[in-house]
Design a protein around this ligand. Sequence first.
Ligand code: FAD
Length: 403
Amino acid sequence: MPQRYDVILVGGGIIGSSAAMALATRGLKVAVVDVDLSGRLSSSEKNAGGVRATWWQPVNITLCRASIAYYCSVRDEVAFRQKGYLWLYDDRTWAGACEHLELQRSLGQPIEVLTSSAIHARVPEIDKLEGVAGATFSAQDGLINPNLLKEHYRSRSRQAGASYIDRVYVHAAAVDSDEVRLECWQASETLTDEGLVRLMTEDAPGEPQAGALFELRGATVAVTTGAWSDNALKLFGLRNFSEPVRRQLCLIDNRATNFAAYGMIVDSSGLYFHNEGAHILAGYSPADTPPGHHFHYDGEPFFVNEIWPRMFARISCCERLRHITGWAGLYEVSPDRSAIIGRAAPRIFEAHSFSGRGVMQSYGAGQALAELIAEGKYQRFDASALSRERFDRGQLVTEELHI
Ligand SMILES: Cc1cc2nc3c(=O)[nH]c(=O)nc-3n(C[C@H](O)[C@H](O)[C@H](O)COP(=O)(O)OP(=O)(O)OC[C@H]3O[C@@H](n4cnc5c(N)ncnc54)[C@H](O)[C@@H]3O)c2cc1C
């Protein structure tokens, strides 16, 4: 394995893998290092697979639309099901949704406005519409298998020569005038979940007797460490703006209903769900969840207190649902709930803090990062609005439509 690369990506989740594909297919020598390439604690393994471009900010709409166009081109490989997003609003949120329709449509995103009777006609199972002021339906949005998508990026990048190096934690870095040197620790065995959390939240190498220390050198480095970016940014003396926040999903036995014909359904209460094989995958994000690297899943009480009441309040045939299992993963939430992409310092680039949008934006984000690194400026995929400087300049890219 060559020890000097054009680009070293620290973090091989869906963003690092997409960027690796974009860079390697441009002919750059790329290495991706990750403390756990299987992604046991990565957000890319724990999300809901929703893909939409119905955002409020042009940069988020265009990066998602570019990604959707790509997912369509490989739809069978990544199980992209373009079945739309149905989004129900209450009186408080409806005006905001309507305000952005023109922008979304002007950027090519077809979107319908539905009245109560049209909602029921589209999804007959939704038979209780109290408190619903209106809905939107965006037919080009849908659902994807995030694991297949990540594997797709990895296999394309490997074919183009990218190396993936597993069980590697970067614990120190030095930026010289012509290269970046990374001090790495490679575990000799797979780490436990507790070991992974400890390593990625503490600022130290692992035990020398349980692994090996070595150095990697790259012309540039990109930080693609998701909700663990605080530690990686510290290596380069860079400020972290974002916080990890726990989000839970549960899998429900779906006895009396079948939502296979529909894509994602988002209720005015904040509940979101879609068909998942023979089951339903549902999520809800309580507003008061404290930040932190927490992975505890609340289990049955989460279903009973947060999910079931909201589903039954909208859909009578959801009276008899049964909780099967669930999990918790991390959102990486930035101050304006948009990703941070760009050049962070000389030779150092970044793409993280996707705030619940990393899967749906991954293709566009990877291409944008690759353009910036390989060509020195954005060409087809302009993510300049998402640079970290926006926080100092007060040019926030605020997203409100957020689950
Ligand atoms: C419950 C839930 C539901 C979601 N639903 C959706 C959805 O429907 N649609 C959508 O688009 N997004 C959704 N998201 C968000 C999406 O999953 C994330 O935005 C996306 O996966 C982020 O990808 P990433 O590559 O940036 O981070 P990750 O997937 O977390 O990858 C980061 C990688 O970096 C590695 N790493 C970290 N620190 C180091 C280090 N110092 N050295 C080496 N390696 C390191 C980690 O091991 C990890 O593999 C959801 C998230 C959650 C939790």
